[in-house]
Design a protein around this ligand. Structure first.
Ligand SMILES: NC(=O)c1ccc[n+]([C@@H]2O[C@H](COP(=O)([O-])OP(=O)(O)OC[C@H]3O[C@@H](n4cnc5c(N)ncnc54)[C@H](OP(=O)(O)O)[C@@H]3O)[C@@H](O)[C@H]2O)c1
Length: 289
């Protein structure tokens, strides 16, 4: 199945559903004696099912997630893939951005990234310095596009003012349960300024895949879809919103592919916004800064 894409006015185009790698290989450190074969199989299966966009970060398992992703994708044609990685907040000074990017590429065994993101803002390092480094990486062809994660509107404007390149995307924690980006105006701002919002943790690590929420169960019956498929489609049915989900279990993977290729009506998107019982669970959230 070809995953549908969305396009910005400047021509930047991206598949609406990508695939995450957080926890592949460990959390912040590489897990000792980790068996990577399940993840490698999942990544290959994702590609075979039509998934081409993968998301990783130098922070994930201390770079080991990037290595796993690189090994899994090695045999495929690079031009068919869309690869995103991220630089850690402590590495946002000019020289470290450059070396972090090169190290990520080496671990991925790739020559360029389709998208490079600031993983989180760092108020202790000048954003001017960071954006100049991103501009340099783009000039050198090591990255094709630039973006940020977990930025509030003010920081997004400031970052954009420090680069000659367009910030194409802001990756934020956004799902049926966690609406902070909407409440803080980030969704509106991106929608009105031709920037993608990439919703990370779309099924809140499995919580949103369970039955038992009346409005979701009713829509599930209406569209013949599971709660996870409703949660993911609700995101990509919104203007300028795309998402990425992580699944190493083949059953999860297949289920998640069922989130695309159909459209939830505008009325139902609004109904979920209005009627879904938000619990504002902040326990697992990265706050917008
Ligand atoms: N920029 C940032 O600050 C940031 C922060 C967090 C995450 N991210 C990115 O966003 C990606 C997605 O977020 P996430 O991994 O935190 O959360 P998620 O995608 O909402 O959830 C992943 C978890 O849910 C399980 N799962 C997947 N599909 C399922 C299904 N259909 N039914 C039941 N369970 C299912 C997975 O299990 P199995 O693996 O066993 O299938 C995994 O444990 C990350 O992997 C990462 O690449 C970015």
């Amino acid at each position: 199945m070809n995953i549908p894409t969305k396009k910005l006015n400047n021509g930047f185009e991206i598949p609406v559903l990508g695939f995450g790698t957080w926890f592949m290989g460990g959390s912040f450190e590489k897990e000792v004696n980790y068996d990577e074969s399940r993840d490698i199989e999942a990544i290959k299966k994702t590609f075979k099912l039509g998934g081409t966009r993968f998301d990783t970060a130098e922070m994930y398992a201390h770079g080991y997630s990037e290595e796993i992703l690189g090994r899994a994708l090695k045999e495929y044609n690079r031009s068919q893939l869309f690869i995103t990685s991220k630089v850690m907040p402590i590495n946002l000074n000019y020289d470290n951005v450059i070396s972090s990017c090169k190290n990520s590429l080496a671990r991925l065994q790739m020559d360029y990234l389709d998208l490079y993101l600031i993983h989180m803002p760092n108020p202790d390092i000048s954003i001017n310095e960071t954006m100049k480094a991103f501009d340099h990486l783009k000039e050198e062809g090591l990255i094709k596009n630039i973006g940020v994660c977990n930025f509030n509107v003010e920081r997004l404007k400031e970052a954009q003012s420090q680069t000659k390149n367009k910030i194409v995307l802001n990756q934020v924690h956004y799902n049926l349960l966690f609406r902070e980006p909407a409440l803080k105006g980030v969704i509106d701002y991106c929608q009105n300024n031709d920037i993608f919002i990439e919703a990370w943790r779309p099924i809140q690590q499995g919580s949103l895949a369970k039955k038992g929420i009346d409005i979701v169960d009713r829509l599930g019956k209406k569209y013949n879809k599971t709660p996870a498929q409703i949660a993911i489609n609700w995101l990509i049915s919104q203007k300028n919103v795309i998402t990425l989900v992580k699944a190493s279990d083949p059953k999860h993977l297949e289920e998640n592919f069922g989130s695309i290729g159909w459209n939830m009506s505008e009325e139902d998107v609004k109904l979920l916004i209005k009627d879904y019982p938000i619990q504002l669970d902040r326990s697992n959230a990265v706050q917008l800064k």
